[in-house]
Design a protein. Structure first.
Length: 128
């Protein structure tokens, strides 16, 4: 395993929209992730929180072009972007990414074409 690196991280304002459905009375929310027009969300995962009601779950979205991971909670007004550009070297021009969260709360990023893996302990602000 390579030594930890400390990628650039930026906190961005999260555009949250709350609406009521026309058929149901439940409050619905959706968010616009601040990515550029060339970026694509390639993977998404959720880490269950300790409350069990979903309000403290962590949502992770992996984007490509540039490769970044965004993390947020359903209640947050900020989203944290962690740049992963240059940390994985995929083969070819069509990389396939998957993400998951392990039992310790670390985010695992897997690039399938060359089987590269990154471990991202989000709380520690570094990547291995």
């Amino acid at each position: 395993m390579k030594p930890p690196t400390f990628p650039a991280q930026h906190d961005r304002t999260l555009d949250r929209v709350e609406t009521r459905s026309a058929w149901f009375t439940e409050l619905q929310s959706y968010w616009t992730i601040p990515i550029n027009e060339n970026s694509v969300v390639t993977a998404l995962t959720v880490a269950n929180g300790s409350k069990g009601d979903g309000t403290d779950d962590r949502i992770y979205a992996l984007t490509s072009n540039p490769l970044s991971i965004f993390s947020m909670t359903p209640e947050s007004e900020q989203i944290r972007e962690t740049s992963l550009q240059g940390l994985i070297s995929p083969r070819g021009n069509m990389p396939f990414y998957n993400i998951a969260v392990d039992n310790f709360g670390d985010v695992l990023v897997h690039e399938e074409t060359v089987s590269n893996k990154l471990v991202i302990p989000i709380a520690k602000n570094h990547v291995m």
